[in-house]
Design a protein around this ligand. Structure first.
Ligand code: S3P
Length: 450
């Protein structure tokens, strides 16, 4: 699939007509809901507006659960899951393919390490180049036996074992790693304590506690195994909109000077540091109608893109990084248009995401004619406040977030750009190009099916 993006010319006039959007269900919450829900004895109803909003990453988790014998059905208006209880998984008859989804693979490592059967995890080329050894080593402290490829990557052979409770310190702030050991802790022979070097997204902890698993949180997180949640036989879980998807359209609204309202979006504080950075850049925004369901806050977010003129540059350091890790591709693109020098430090994890996001961005930005300095753990970007980027081929390496960030950047090139591999947006945000059309007009975003 090719996306043909026609640029807007330079600074746009103010347009005060508000665009209203709803994001796909939050991917991080949905993965956890499917996995943790499968360990309950409840029927879980997850309303959706249409199956087309479900991303490929979430489908990878649905298929993984099916191969473990968990009944899960993606119907026209809901995903329906039947929990099988803590000891209800069936041995898979084939390797479980996690496709492009790091969360699926890493959470499964935690879930499957303590099962009374063996399993194999595979993935696509991108996922098969990402580090798995560091999590395998951490789980080994609980007696897990997980063999990686010699490069420390997928495919993984998980030899199901009796796990021991342990006191663990994560080697880095990673929600995937943290969640994997918390899930493994449910199958251990004693309590597990987990410390993280910095706070990362906390959906697993919130959901475990909302469902009634054995979890307690102070300075460290404690997990007690074998606690079956006393949930109702049937529950409904409304998943808020995905904040990481919203970040792309928020940024587009700012650059296009449009007012945007995103309703029902997740406002979990461990995800929203992006908004603090936008505020520092001089952008007005407002969160309203905030409610909480199943411990997860959500609300309506208004971005006053129509009131923006100059974007102040920003500085991000390692304390911010875990709280906006998935928003960094978009923030790097926003920095292209800031009035001065922006810098990101302490973000070496970006190098092992769906692509080497620092390397891919640096190469692309040089192509756009922007002055940048690439460091091992970050990047310094000299903004071009006149918003004139040079035309150059777009190389996103199949990484959904780089694709979406670059698709917004090229709205400020001199001439139209054709972006190949645009189907990668399906990995997390199937409606991305349609939503972008809503902001900048159908004629500027054309999708050419291959
Ligand atoms: C995720 C955690 C993050 C993030 C990823 C989703 C999750 O990874 O980049 O897209 O759902 O737990 P790490 O926390 O492992 O860096």
């Amino acid at each position: 699939m090719v996306a043909r993006i026609t640029p807007v010319s330079g600074m746009l006039p103010e347009n005060s007509e508000t665009v209203l959007l709803t994001m796909p269900p939050d991917k991080s919450i949905l993965h956890r809901l499917l996995f943790l829900g499968s360990l309950t004895k409840s029927k879980i109803q997850i309303p959706i507006v249409s199956p087309s909003v479900i991303s490929d990453d979430v489908i990878a988790t649905v298929l993984a659960l099916e191969s473990l014998g968990v009944p899960v059905d993606v119907a026209s208006d809901a995903i329906e899951l039947h929990g099988v209880g803590l000891r209800g998984y069936r041995a898979p008859t084939h390797a479980i393919n996690c496709a492009n989804s790091g969360t699926t693979a890493r959470l499964l490592m935690g879930l499957l390490a303590g099962q009374p059967f063996n399993s194999t995890l595979t993935g696509d080329a991108s996922l098969s180049s990402r580090p798995m050894k560091r999590l395998a080593n951490l789980l080994a402290e609980m007696n897990a036996i997980i063999a990686t490829d010699p490069r420390g990557t997928l495919p993984l052979e998980i030899a199901g074992q009796k796990l021991h409770g342990a006191e663990l310190t994560l080697p880095l702030a990673s929600a995937q790693m943290k969640s994997a050991v918390l899930l493994a802790g449910l199958f251990a022979d004693g309590p597990t304590a987990v410390r993280e070097p910095a706070h990362s997204r906390d959906h697993t902890e919130r959901m475990m506690s909302a469902f009634g698993f054995g979890i307690e949180q102070e300075e460290e997180i404690q997990i007690w195994p074998e606690v079956t949640p006393a949930l109702a036989d049937e529950i409904v879980y409304n998943v808020p909109g995905d904040f990481s998807c919203a970040a792309f359209l928020i940024a587009a609204a700012i650059l296009l000077r449009r007012r945007l309202v995103i309703s029902g979006v997740s406002l979990n504080p461990s995800r929203t540091r992006f908004l603090d950075i936008l505020t520092l850049m001089g952008i007005e925004l407002e969160a309203e109608h905030i409610t909480e369901e199943w411990n997860e806050p959500r609300g309506d977010l208004t971005i006053y893109g129509d009131r923006v003129s100059i974007l102040a540059p920003f500085h991000i350091d390692e304390d911010d990084v875990p709280l906006l890790i998935d928003e960094l591709p978009m923030l790097m693109v926003l920095a292209l248009f800031a009035d001065g020098e922006s810098a990101i430090h302490g973000a070496s994890e970006l190098r092992v995401k769906e692509s080497d996001r620092l390397g891919v961005a640096a190469k692309q930005f040089r192509g756009f004619g922007v002055e940048i300095e690439e460091m091992e753990d970050g990047i310094v970007i000299q903004g071009v406040p006149n918003r004139m980027l040079r035309n150059t081929p777009i190389i996103h390496e199949g990484d959904h977030r780089m694709l979406m960030a670059f698709s917004i950047a090229v709205l400020f090139c001199e001439r139209p750009t054709e972006i190949e591999g645009a189907e990668a947006a399906q990995v997390s945000y199937p409606d991305f190009f349609q939503h972008l059309q809503r902001l900048c007009g159908r004629e500027r975003v054309e999708i050419i099916e291959a």
